[in-house]
Each structure stands twice: as C-alpha cells, then as structure tokens.
Design a protein around this ligand. Sequence first.
Ligand code: F6P
Length: 543
Amino acid sequence: MASTDITATGEWAALGRHARELQAGGVHLRDLFSADPGRVERLAVTAGDLVVDLSRHLVTAETVELLLALADRAGVAERIAATLAGDPVNATEGRPALHTALRAGPGASLVVGGVDVMAAVRAELDRMAGFARAVRSGERRGATGRPIRTVVNLGIGGSYLGLAMAHEALAAFRGPGIECRFVSNVDPADLATVLDDGLDPAETLFVLVSKSFGTPETLANARAARAWLTAALGPDAAGHQFAAVTADRAAAIEFGVDAGNVFAMWDWVGGRYSMGSAAGLSLMIAIGEDRFGEMLAGMRSVDEHLVRQPLAGNAPALMGLLGVWYRNFWGLQSRAVVPYSHRLRLFGSWLQQVVMESNGKRVRLDGSPVGCDTSEVVWGGTGTDSQHSFHQFLHQGTTVVPADFIVFARPDVDVAGSPDAGERHEALVANGFAQAAALAFGTSVGGADPHRQLPGNRPSTVVMASELTPSVLGQLVALYEHQTVVQGAVWGINSFDQYGVEQGKTLAAAIAEGLQADPSRPASEHDPSTTALLAHYQRLRRA
Ligand code: F6P
C-alpha cells in the first residue's frame, strides 16, 4: 500500500514557508502574548479532567491552521478511526492496535475478523479481578497456606514500565499488607536485590508478564525466581505461586504455571500500549479492581475526547502536531517531560518507550524512506529535582528543548507535623509555573550582564489536573499514547512495530554464545571490533 509522502505535499511546503517567516521575523513569545490577549483561552484545551495549556508554544493562529491542514492531508482523523475500528493498522505485522478496546467499557462492542473483542476483554478483566481479589483478601494463599505479602512482577519494556510507573504514581491508593516489586533487568543484581530484601518464599507471588513469552531477560528472571521458590518450598510451589500474562498460553503452562493462573494478552495489543490489559495484574493486586477500573475509565474519557473533539480542540492531536512542528520545521531534537510530582518520577521512562519505540522509524508504511526526521528524544526528570540538574541547559543552553510540565492542584500526601505542612505543595507548584514562565518570557534580572540573562522564547506545555487519582493517571497515559500515534500518523510510519529492538535481541543471543565459547573458535563469526571485545572479556574472566 502506497502511503502519502507528507513531505512532498503543499501543506508541508506551506508550513515550511510559514516557519521560515516566523524565524526570520524573530518571533518571540513575549510579542505573541502581548499582541493577542485571547491567546491563553484559545490555546488551553480541556480533555477530561486535564487542562492542557499550549499557549506557550511558538505558534500563531495561522500556524495552528496550517498544522490542522497538514493533519487533514495526512489523514490523521481517518487513521484514528481505522485504529479504533480494529483495522490492521500495524501493517508490517498484519495486526490491529486495539489498546482502546481494553478500556472501552461495559457497554462497548467490537467485532474484528469475526471475533468479539470486547467479550474477550471483559472475560479476562473479570478473571484478573477475581484473582486480584483473592490475593488481596488472603483467600488465595501460597503453597504452604501462608498469605501473599509480596508480588514480584517479572517483565521488561511494555511489560514493566507502565506498571511500575502507575504503581508508584498511585502509592496513595495501594492497599495495605501486600507489597509489589518489579524486576526487569537481565542483570542478576535486579532480581537478587529484591529477593535478598527479606522476601519469604512462602509469601511471594511471581507475576510473569511477557506477551511473546520469548523475551530472554524475563525468562532468565523467571527461571531464577522459580529455582529460588522451589529450593525453599519444593517443585509444586512454582505452579501455584506463579501467574503468567502472555499471548502464548501453552508456553506459560509448559514453564510450569498452573493453567488457571495464566491470563491472556492478545497480539492486537502492543506491549508499550498494554497497561490496561491483564499485563496490569500486579498493579490491580496493589490498588484493587475498583481503582484499576477508574484508571481504565480515565483512559476511556481521553479516548472519547480523541474521537469526538474536532482536531482544532483536540488535546492529543494538537500535542502531536506540535511535535511535528518542532521536529521538522524548527529542527528541534528532543522534548523534556518534567512532572512536578514525586509520584510520577517514572513517567519519563514510560513515555520514552511509548514515543521512541513507536516513532523511532525511518521508513513509511510502504517501506519507502520517510524523507524527514521522526521521533524526538524524550528525556526528563521530576521537578523540583530536575531544576538542580538540567534546567540550566533548558534556560540558557544553545539547544532549545520544548518541555512538558505536569502539575496537580492538590497533593496526595503531606509530612504530618512539619512546620510548613500545607505549604510545601504550593512551593512545588510555584516552581513548576516559574520554570514555564522563565522559559517562555526570559528574565532580565542582572541588567545587561549576558551571563545572567535568560533569553526566553522557549516553548512548554503545562498539563494540570486537580490531583493524581487513578482516573487522572489513566487520562495522562491515554493523552500521551494518542499524541504519539497522531505524530506517527502525520509521518505515515507504523507506530506499532519495533523491528530494531528485535534485531538487537538476535544479535545479543549470538554474542552471548561467543562469550561462552572456546576462545580458540574462529574469529570471523563476529565483526572485528566485537571479536576484540570478546577476547578482552575472556582475558578478564580468566585473570
Ligand atoms: O523492547 C522490545 C519489546 O519487544 C517491547 O516492545 C516489549 O514491550 C518488550 O520487548 C517485552 O516484550 P514481551 O512482553 O514479549 O516480553
């Protein structure tokens, strides 16, 4: 299927001319604000409970019109509709990308290829809820009859990042008595750190999350965890104290998980978009089925916003279009995401996978070269810590980095008895607002001293909500997922495959063989530099 080369269209050319005019005219956010008193109102979009303030972006009303025309030309609305309808938009793998079905709600119906997708989703959610309830209540115990006190999630990438992020974000909503831990890295230090932290095998449940059931890191951790469990409790414990979430049910059963503890993932949900699936089992055990349901409802509200709102007032669509604007017409390479919320400290890691694994692509859907830059680099940290590490670079560095600040009106916790209880949250929020203002408008504190001046004119988004609830977290997740997909749709790429990562896995397996091999084996099997590394490694191991 030939896809539109968006860079060859008149809409692309018009944006290019417009950008050059703005840049040549020395556009400054200070002037844009003073010339247009209605700017904030026009560019602050509401999606569910989120207010997304886009007013501090280097855009005029004409820019927005041109971006919307580009989206039109790229068929963004049609691509969104096709994705939600279950068309095989993941064309390279011949699959739909139906993460929205995971949270479509009780009344929804969707049949794809003769299969009632919603019936399958609801059935699996019910099974998960039953399992989570039983673990939380103590009705479901370990092999020796002791209650489960620790759940260890074994998974990596999309089978880890979103869950760990949400588990941290929703700390205030976790139930007592059960702690969740996350192990992802093949580095044995990861699992060892968790197991050596006083875990009792009789009270530990492992949740193995791997859509493919073929990810070496996860399987290595699962084998080690099974050995740890069975060494203490005997061979039968593993089946009972392991649950698995996977699209390869047979492999999970063969691994030794009891069939009743195996939950389905489907090939039509991408790993990095799978937070609302059974992959969220550990999270559901931690926060309970009701809170998990609230998170899904939050996601759904932004899904509905995406579908119903015309693109001109559509938060994820506008954010995606701004991503294209900066990446392709301003040559900006990265975006910082800085939640002013300690609880969201893993948000950036989650978003990195969503954006960079989705849109780090160099060919369009039909295999032809994209002809423009694609994914930005996503990085960031947590305010206010980040102010004392990289904000200097944001304010006065020579590279402009659009930043997303995420701010909540209410804290979910305070330090009881501290002299400034109630005021610390204000300090947090004030810092976030100050950063956005200083980036946009600069400061002239210090008079003419160039060392002290902040030039301003640096774009940012402020996303605000009343507080970090499960619903609001779900809304944030859906906002950024859709923004990513919109951006990919403009470029005409497949935001749902990840062949680059898979190639890396194959290479690592070949090199692992080399590490274990007899050093006298022919060197030609690897490239010369890898061969030299292997030899040096083997010398160090022998020493
Ligand atoms: O990182 C590559 C990847 O394929 C991701 O897309 C996925 O989220 C992760 O590995 C884990 O895959 P699985 O759930 O199949 O173990």
